[in-house]
Design a protein around this ligand. Sequence first.
Ligand SMILES: NC(=O)c1ccc[n+]([C@@H]2O[C@H](COP(=O)([O-])OP(=O)(O)OC[C@H]3O[C@@H](n4cnc5c(N)ncnc54)[C@H](OP(=O)(O)O)[C@@H]3O)[C@@H](O)[C@H]2O)c1
Length: 190
Amino acid sequence: MLRYDRPPELRQGIEDNLRSLAVDHLTAVNLRLMDGAPPGQYFDDQLAAMVAAREDGLIGGIGLSNITPAHLRRALAITDIACVQNLLNLADRRSMPVLEECHARGIAFVPFFPLGSGFARGGNPVQAGPAVAATAARLGCTPAQVALAWLLDLRPEVLLIPGTSSISHLEENMAVANFGLDSEARDLLG
Ligand SMILES: NC(=O)c1ccc[n+]([C@@H]2O[C@H](COP(=O)([O-])OP(=O)(O)OC[C@H]3O[C@@H](n4cnc5c(N)ncnc54)[C@H](OP(=O)(O)O)[C@@H]3O)[C@@H](O)[C@H]2O)c1
């Protein structure tokens, strides 16, 4: 995969997006980390490019993606962060500490692969687990709705972006805003 994440390339990417979307401002742009490296000079330089884009009026807010709590703390020592986007779903909870950092600071947390699409080729443990099936049957909803409700129930900073190409799935996913998990569901799903 092409990284395209060196500071001048980040600026170029933002300018390319502005051109292809035919707008002069993007509300928020994520700096997506590609290598899992701990925060250091390279991260600071990337962040400086994002701050410059914000100061130049190209973007309104800086987001971070694929980060650790250490990245968030280091970034916040330098500038404001609008949102964080990390993998988090029922089957992969490794980003819970990042969500807790966001919660402590009131920063929006956007879980990617909320329905486990990253697992698609090897079966989908997010929507197929027995606890999800039992909860869906008891609450009269779908496994996907259970998976999304579990995320919304974690912290008020969670904002959902489930991907879909289907109107019925979109409606099903939107309906999750109107129901919550009960304590039995929380206990079962963990
Ligand atoms: N920051 C990052 O590094 C990063 C990485 C990956 C993804 N993302 C972003 O995260 C967002 C979500 O990712 P994603 O779409 O790949 O994963 P996802 O939301 O976990 O899963 C989407 C899949 O779930 C299916 N689906 C949606 N609603 C459903 C429902 N109600 N019942 C059953 N299946 C349902 C969709 O199929 P249908 O089309 O048939 O509904 C699609 O195959 C996207 O905006 C993506 O750009 C960010």
